[in-house]
Unconditional design. Structure first.
Length: 509
């Protein structure tokens, strides 16, 4: 009866679901199940456009259900708002200036040939590891890292237009970029993310039969452009339900480096080269983004339901994270590749297994926990290791936030750090670029220094106060009342992440 109900709910994709809360007595004392499995779900270009983050438009029942049995981190930040640098920072536990990955073409093993990635670390501790979908970068050389996996990755690269588009009009022409949106009356697995979901379900069944602890990394490409999803997800939203951006202007007095377009959207055939969009086009794009978020929510729901069907939920740590945020016309910006809040803040949901191997006695409950402390994606590596009772590796540049899962109100790190490079004139950078924008985010402020890479000379500064607006609207540099704040933030940024760790962890090896 329960499974029939779950199947029906997943099919209609907007009702509550009950996965992850049923207990399987047959595996409660099984030695092979004492070490938690890890279900590690990455979602490309996902900002906190989710019901569990307070978005009143988003229809995301499955992620909301996960949040109801887990911890929602309200202030989680990536280390660079671009796919490959962000993912590599998380997967190595090191920051971009250490990985030497700031662009989309560099492989992290060029700088760190002997580093142990997060899945590789679990592999070394007896886990079966597999990546399905986009885990590392999604194309070219950076998409692959064989040492990380015990099983060959699946669907890691997608260069086939037929897995990106379904409509005949969008399959004409050349290149991967056609129209920026598509609503097609097709099954979910017409697009690659539906196939990723199916592959993950099959792999879970095999892991169950094998009996070994597993680390399954599942990477969804949507809501990355193009915003293509089956029409039933578009139909969840009425055009009038999709709000236009509240603030569509660049921040006042912001330097040019801060607001330069990444020109990702402009490459699509229905987008003007100058990037200037009508209100109807803005609304259509935002509609497409929401449709893609609901599409991915349903795929995640199917995986979680299957986890429950297999009676693996009790002993599986579930983590859902976005690799960076996303602009949808706010601040006259689209996509990512900047240091602003909408691009650097990410969704992060952690649902513990009902039994953990970590220090302390905490486990999954049926009560949602929200944590407002500052955490960073680079913190995930040591956190997952600690939850699973594995020895923390040396040389990591993040801090385990396992203590926040015990007490989300305790004193924690006072700053999060992000960065993004620029070339002198072009929209896209190579390597570290000519200028690096270093950003520090505190509970109330964001401070950015744009430094020449070779000389270290500061060529521009930004300071934003989130008590005046939840996104950056006015650069406060030069305003007398912020002079003291600026000096304090300069010191925090200069001291760096090692001096911003929680009070309970005075140093990081």
């Amino acid at each position: 009866m329960l499974l029939s109900l779950l199947t029906a709910l997943c099919g209609c994709h907007f009702a509550s679901v009950s996965w992850g809360v049923d207990h399987d007595p047959s595996t409660a004392n099984s030695p092979s199940r004492q070490r938690p499995n890890v279900l590690f779900i990455a979602v490309d270009d996902l900002r906190p456009t989710l019901g569990c983050y307070g978005d009143k438009t988003a229809i995301t029942p499955h992620l909301d259900r996960l949040a109801s049995v887990g911890t929602v981190f309200q202030h989680a930040y990536c280390q660079q708002a671009l796919c490959s640098p962000s993912r590599l920072s998380l997967l190595t536990g090191k920051r971009p200036d250490t990985t030497r990955v700031w662009d989309l073409s560099t492989h992290f093993r060029e700088a760190l040939p002997d580093t142990i990635t997060l899945p590789q670390f679990f592999k070394q501790h007896g886990y079966q590891t597999q990546g399905i979908g986009k885990i590392f970068h999604g194309n070219g050389k950076p998409a692959s890292d064989p040492p990380s996996w015990t099983q060959k990755p699946l669907l890691a690269i997608n260069r086939d237009p037929k897995l990106r588009y379904a409509l005949a009009k969008n399959l004409q022409g050349s290149g991967l970029k056609r129209r920026a949106t598509e609503a097609a009356d097709v099954p979910d697995d017409t697009y690659i993310d539906g196939q990723v979901c199916e592959a993950a379900i099959k792999r879970l069944t095999k892991f169950k039969a094998d009996g070994s602890p597993f680390f399954l990394a599942v990477g969804f490409r949507k809501p990355h452009l193009p915003f293509c999803a089956p029409s039933r997800f578009w139909n969840l939203y009425q055009k009038g339900d999709i709000p236009l951006p509240a603030h569509q202007a660049h921040p006042t007095n912001a330097p040019e480096q801060a607001t330069r377009s990444w020109r990702e959207l402009e490459g699509y055939t229905d987008i003007p080269d100058d990037g200037e969009l009508t209100s109807d086009k803005i609304q259509q794009l935002r509609h497409g983004y929401y449709a893609c978020v609901s599409y991915i929510d349903t795929q995640i729901g199917r995986i979680l339901m299957h986890l429950s069907e297999l009676k693996l939920s009790d002993n599986t740590l579930i983590v859902v994270w976005g690799d960076h945020g996303f602009h949808l016309g706010e601040q006259h910006l689209w996509t990512k590749a900047n240091n602003y809040e909408l691009s650097t803040r990410v969704p992060l949901i952690v649902a513990l297994p009902k039994r953990t191997s970590g220090s302390g006695d905490i486990k999954r409950t049926d009560n949602n926990t929200t944590c407002s402390k500052l955490v960073e994606l680079v913190d995930l590596y040591p956190t997952l290791a600690e939850i699973c009772g594995l020895p923390l590796p040396h040389g990591l540049e993040g801090t385990s936030f396992y203590p926040l899962l015990k007490n989300p109100e305790q004193a924690w790190k006072h700053a999060a750090f992000s960065q993004h490079p620029r070339d002198k004139t072009s929209n896209r950078h190579k390597s570290h670029g000519d200028i690096m924008g270093y950003s520090v985010r505190t509970d109330r402020y964001r401070y950015v220094e744009w430094r020449q890479w070779k000389s270290g000379k500061i060529v521009a500064r930004e300071l934003y106060d989130y008590e005046t607006s939840d996104i950056e609207t006015e650069n406060c540099i030069g305003i007398p009342q912020y002079a003291g704040t600026q000096q304090k933030l300069e010191r925090i940024l200069s001291a760096g992440w090692k001096h911003a760790t929680p009070p309970i962890k005075k140093s990081v090896e």
